[in-house]
Design a protein around this ligand. Sequence first.
Ligand SMILES: Nc1ncnc2c1ncn2[C@@H]1O[C@H](COP(=O)(O)OP(=O)(O)O)[C@@H](O)[C@H]1O
Ligand SMILES: CC(=O)N[C@@H](CCC(=O)OP(=O)(O)O)C(=O)O
Length: 259
Amino acid sequence: MTMCRSTQVTDHKCIVIKLGGSMLEGLNESFFDNFKKMQEAGYTIIIVHGGGPAINKALANANVETTTKNGIRVTSSEAIEIVQKTLIGKVNPALTHQLNGAGIQAIGLSGYDGNLLTCSFLNKKEYGFVGNIEEVNTTLLKTVLSAGIIPVVSCFGATVDGTPLNINGDTVASKIALAMAADSLLLVTDTPGIKIADVIQNHVYPEQIEKWIDSGDIYGGMIPKVQAAIACLNEGIPSVQIVSDQLAGTTIQRKEVIA
Ligand SMILES: Nc1ncnc2c1ncn2[C@@H]1O[C@H](COP(=O)(O)OP(=O)(O)O)[C@@H](O)[C@H]1O
Ligand SMILES: CC(=O)N[C@@H](CCC(=O)OP(=O)(O)O)C(=O)O
């Protein structure tokens, strides 16, 4: 695997930033300034986005009901078409347009483009048309990055034969961070980090997270985030942050790093 941390593309550090659907609508110029500052500080940036609220709206308009299991949408054959139209047709171009308008060169990509995200079914019986990422086309991402352009990746993939598959955005971000051996993963959402009994936790480690999932203190859409974080920490990405649009929140690190 070629890596971002020691890539020939640049000597830059690589950061994967996932923008949750929950915070996409409130984005403004000052938020995008953060990206410019990161670029000036020598980071190459890959953006992954979700779109949960936009998908919920589109499904409701079409009278298609879905459920979620552990933060993952069970996606029927009816739902997958709507998810595809929403993520690739609406959310991705809107965000890419906003970035370009803010003076940040960006190009929209889905898992179909250049076979960026090749998937198998996660578990067709349990989740329907939901993807498990088998391969990330890192060469494509590096080509885009080396042109000084930010890839804006929608969380939508396909099987080798082109069957469309829905993927949770946090999972896509962690898989891309791992495939690129990124230096850091930032999950931006509508809450300034992990809250336990209403208190934001500034620093946490994986063992605590597992207990909080079991106790129900971490639930719903926070579950794929913390699972994405743990997957990255286990494979050597030094830290993962879950933050609000103020970029403040929770840092998740291995216990020995915190101690
Ligand atoms: N312990 C927790 N701390 C903070 N938020 C939590 C926690 N457990 C569950 N959540 C929920 O997770 C949500 C964020 O996940 P989600 O709505 O999927 O966001 P996004 O669209 O950004 O991916 C929060 O708004 C909150 O409702
Ligand atoms: C399989 C699965 O759960 N896909 C997600 C994709 C969008 C997403 O992840 O959006 P957020 O980042 O806003 O949560 C969904 O259908 O909602």
